[in-house]
Design a protein around this ligand. Structure first.
Ligand code: 13P
Ligand code: SF4
Length: 303
């Protein structure tokens, strides 16, 4: 049944000249029909050299906006218009304009999980895989890091020579995980290495053997000689790793680590979108796009 639908999607994709990009948190059956899967940094970079006329983003809204910012000549679709990222909507342009006035000499570093509108007033974007490297390379030693205070705290710890101002935003899915939950999982699997996404709370991150983006976690586990891992990010990564490395064991840090926003996109949505019956075409005002592009270009230049 799933295979039939996947076959029809692959046929339509070719006929209608689509490239499908899927974030690593998508369901396995979607990742199987995608042209490219990866973390948010890899997806952004990839969108610059897609050959097809149309791009279908299976992920959340800020990811589709990033593709449109970098590939304006393509028709970019978000496969499910309800797929937003709550963190990206926590802070808007008005709020950050006011905060910037209070910290006029700070460089504004925006996690890529922000709206295109907010990116227009930021200096540089980062992703979880590039944040430390980019903040280190910035000339400024004063950084206003938005919106994720957990990622910000992780970066701050790696760069003690710089001054950080963090705001109170973050990912509701990763922030749900408590230190107690992690310790309970560690007690059950005492041999397992702990791999954690930096969107988790510092009290969780401090127990990690490795901290990195979704792709970073996947690569670390694939290349490691260890055999057991506790995976501290969205549950789909533990699932994918179990497919990729059948001789190893992967335990989700908690069964609650499900991003309902990423999971609202289904294989049927992808099919209906290719058929022109669902999905949303991403449109951005050209002036806004160019301003937002500046901080993504800076991310790619420094990353
Ligand atoms: P990555 O940068 O690891 O892809 O993370 C994106 C995201 O939304 C994690 O919650
Ligand atoms: Fe947003 Fe968190 Fe979901 Fe990532 S996991 S898309 S940050 S809500």
């Amino acid at each position: 049944m799933i295979k039939d639908l996947q076959q029809r999607i692959l046929k339509l994709k070719k006929e209608k000249d689509f490239c499908i990009l899927a974030h690593s948190y998508m369901a396995q059956e979607i990742k199987e029909i995608a042209d490219f899967t990866g973390d948010s940094y890899a997806l952004a970079v990839k969108s610059k050299d897609v050959k097809q006329k149309n791009i279908l983003m299976c992920g959340v809204r800020f990811m589709a906006e990033t593709v449109k910012i970098l590939a304006p000549e393509k028709t970019v679709y978000l496969s499910n218009p309800d797929a937003g990222c709550p963190m990206a909507e926590q802070m808007d342009k008005n709020l950050i304009t006011v905060v910037k006035e209070q910290y006029p000499d700070y460089t504004v570093v925006a996690y890529i999980n922000t709206t295109a509108a907010l990116k227009t007033i930021c200096d540089v974007c980062v992703t979880s895989s590039s944040a430390v490297e980019i903040c280190k390379k910035l000339e400024s030693d004063k950084i206003l890091f938005i919106p994720d205070c957990n990622l910000g705290a992780f970066v701050e710890k790696q760069i003690p020579e710089k001054t950080f101002k963090l705001l109170n935003g973050g990912c509701p899915t990763h922030a749900k995980i408590s230190e107690e939950q992690l310790l309970a999982t560690m007690r059950k699997h005492p041999e397992a290495k702990v791999l954690v996404h930096p969107e988790c709370k510092p009290l969780v991150v401090r127990h990690a053997d490795y901290v990195g983006s979704t792709s970073g976690i996947i690569n670390y586990a694939k290349e490691s000689e260890d055999k057991e891992f506790i995976i501290g990010t969205e549950i789909s990564i533990a699932e994918e790793l179990q497919y990729l490395c059948p001789d190893k064991k992967f335990y989700p840090m908690s069964k609650d680590l499900i991003c309902s926003n990423m999971k609202c996109t289904t294989l049927a949505d992808v099919y209906n979108c290719l058929n022109g019956e669902f999905g949303e075409v991403i449109e951005l005002d050209e002036e806004e796009r160019l301003k937002a592009k500046h901080c993504i270009d800076e991310m790619i230049r420094l990353g």
